[in-house]
Design a protein around this ligand. Structure first.
Ligand SMILES: Cc1cc2nc3c(=O)[nH]c(=O)nc-3n(C[C@H](O)[C@H](O)[C@H](O)COP(=O)(O)OP(=O)(O)OC[C@H]3O[C@@H](n4cnc5c(N)ncnc54)[C@H](O)[C@@H]3O)c2cc1C
Ligand SMILES: NC(=O)c1ccc[n+]([C@@H]2O[C@H](COP(=O)([O-])OP(=O)(O)OC[C@H]3O[C@@H](n4cnc5c(N)ncnc54)[C@H](O)[C@@H]3O)[C@@H](O)[C@H]2O)c1
Length: 450
């Protein structure tokens, strides 16, 4: 390749695109490559399409909560193909608009699967590129599973593209993907079953709030099987027989589709990182805190394909990409600031977290005040008929600062952002309470939660 390039970004998802724009804006010669249409997981196969489908489920659920309170929901249903078309209205234009935006910024847009052939050499579908630096932003893929019949599972991408929603769905794993999809499927008229091998699903969230969510899910038809493993999945009568094992006993259940929600690993296997002398594992490329490979200084990584302290989430991917780009440009070793980054599971109602779990705060020996509120009877929830909502705010009594916040309730995925900001800026609860919120809004409940 005769063209000089300062950087090739591998992966045109949220991380890769953010870094490509930032480096090109500094006058660098930058190329970006993706094996799939540009946009990555979040915009095309994750956050955004998922939340569009969830909107249909929210409408159904909201109407049901108002049954007998002035709303007649009889006959209300989700038209799955129409909802899918609504989703495509957002996702289909993404690859072109993203590629156009990159080209407008001066980035060379390439298509194909990238593979290292040396410490500073890459091949894209057989064409070699000798480059100064590489940013690996290749994301993640479903974790390989080893039970018999695992090849019959569909992944989250296929679920988000189902032309019709089957009436019986079994989800393997009790994490983000299974809970979010099961809550959509239940409102769309399916019977979802979540099978988790552990005692506690959604283990990175507050256990008390998770139990409330599990109960609320049960009320709408989401079944959860805990401490249960999959023995095998066998095709039968156009669907599947799934043999489960719980407490030493086996049981076979029938389902129309089995969905992989059992975790994701970094998407690195095809890159031949060994040819570049780059250390890596299931959690991603081994990087220093400032996101440079610990074994090949020409290689940097960000997002789901980097082994960092950040969670595999979109805001983390973007934050890491910007820090990696800045470090590459300036020759600095700044580490990303992961404090105050919130996360939400978009079930109905949603479950959100920022900062420490209660158990973590106690392990750190923090002088803790736990402010727990059952908010189901509060005005905001009474108004919409929601019967399940709670808040747990963890406060360090030595300085009046919030060290963790856990919320379950309608629109609490928005409220968690304010608590994230409070953690990041080190605001005291006194300062937070001094802010005046518009009334009546969910935000105006915050002061009472503190
Ligand atoms: C179903 C689902 C729902 C989610 N919902 C949320 C949510 O609501 N909120 C949230 O914060 N996070 C969510 N996430 C996580 C979020 O999508 C990811 O953390 C985020 O997209 C990671 O961005 P990334 O840029 O690191 O990787 P990606 O967006 O995955 O981009 C990686 C790109 O690299 C390309 N690639 C891979 N290997 C190669 C190669 N060898 N050559 C060329 N190209 C390659 C891929 O094709 C892909 O386009 C969700 C994930 C899933 C699966
Ligand atoms: N709203 C969001 O931000 C959002 C939504 C979806 C996905 N994501 C991201 O994608 C990642 C992957 O999501 P996920 O839901 O696949 O994983 P996850 O890590 O959230 O949950 C996986 C669950 O599967 C269980 N499990 C693993 N193997 C199993 C087996 N063989 N049988 C039964 N249970 C098994 C685990 O114990 C765990 O509870 C998440 O970690 C998250 O970062 C985020």
């Amino acid at each position: 390749m005769s063209q000089h390039l300062d950087l090739i970004v591998i992966g045109a998802g949220m991380a890769g695109v953010a870094a490509a724009h930032k480096c090109a804006a500094q006058g660098w010669q930058v190329a970006i490559v993706d094996a799939l249409p540009y946009g990555g997981t979040c915009a095309l196969r994750g956050c955004d399409p998922k939340k569009i489908l969830r909107r249909g489920a929210e409408v159904i659920d909201s109407a049901r909560l108002m049954r007998g309170k002035g709303i007649d929901d009889a006959g209300l249903s989700i038209n799955w193909p129409d909802l899918m078309a609504h989703k495509h209205g957002f996702t289909d234009p993404v690859p072109t608009s993203m590629a156009d935006g990159l080209r407008d910024s001066g980035v060379t847009t390439l298509h194909g699967r990238a593979r290292f052939t040396g410490p500073r050499r890459l091949e894209i579908d057989g064409v070699p590129y000798d480059v100064e630096r590489f940013l690996v932003a290749t994301g993640a893929r479903p974790r390989p599973l080893n039970f018999a019949g695992h090849e019959h599972l569909i992944d989250s991408t296929r679920f988000l593209n189902l032309e019709e929603l089957p009436s019986r769905i079994l989800f393997v794993g009790g994490g983000f993907i299974s809970f979010e999809f099961a809550h959509i499927a239940a409102r769309a008229g399916s019977s979802p079953v979540i099978v988790d091998r552990g005692e506690r699903p959604l283990k990175n969230f507050d256990p008390d709030l998770v139990e409330l969510l599990v109960d609320r899910g049960r009320q709408v038809g989401v079944q959860l099987r805990r401490t249960t493993t999959i023995v095998d999945v066998t095709p039968a009568d156009g669907g599947y027989q799934v043999t489960l094992e719980h407490a030493g006993a086996q049981e076979t259940i029938e389902t129309d589709v089995v969905v992989h929600g059992a975790g994701r690993v970094a998407e690195l296997a095809d890159l031949d990182l060994d040819a570049a002398g780059v250390g890596w594992g299931q959690r991603g490329i081994q990087v220093a805190a400032h996101l440079q490979s610990t074994s090949n200084p020409a290689v940097w990584a960000a997002g789901d394909s980097a082994d960092t302290d950040g969670m595999p989430l979109t805001p983390v991917a973007v934050a890491e990409a910007k820090v990696a780009a800045s470090n590459m440009i300036k020759g600095t070793t700044t580490a990303p600031d992961y404090s105050g980054i919130p996360t939400a599971v978009f079930t109905i109602p949603e479950l959100a977290r920022v900062g420490m779990l209660e158990s973590e705060a106690r392990e750190h020996g923090i002088d803790l005040a736990v402010r727990y509120s059952d908010t189901s009877g509060w005005y905001s929830n009474y108004r919409i008929g929601e019967n399940t909502a709670a808040a747990k705010i963890l406060i360090d009594q030595s300085n009046d600062q919030i060290v963790g916040a856990h919320l379950l309730g309608p629109k609490y995925g928005e409220l968690i952002n304010t608590l994230g900001l409070a953690i990041k800026l080190g605001l005291t609860t006194r300062q937070l309470k001094s802010a005046t919120a518009a009334y009546p809004t969910v935000g105006s409940d915050l002061a009472s939660m503190l």
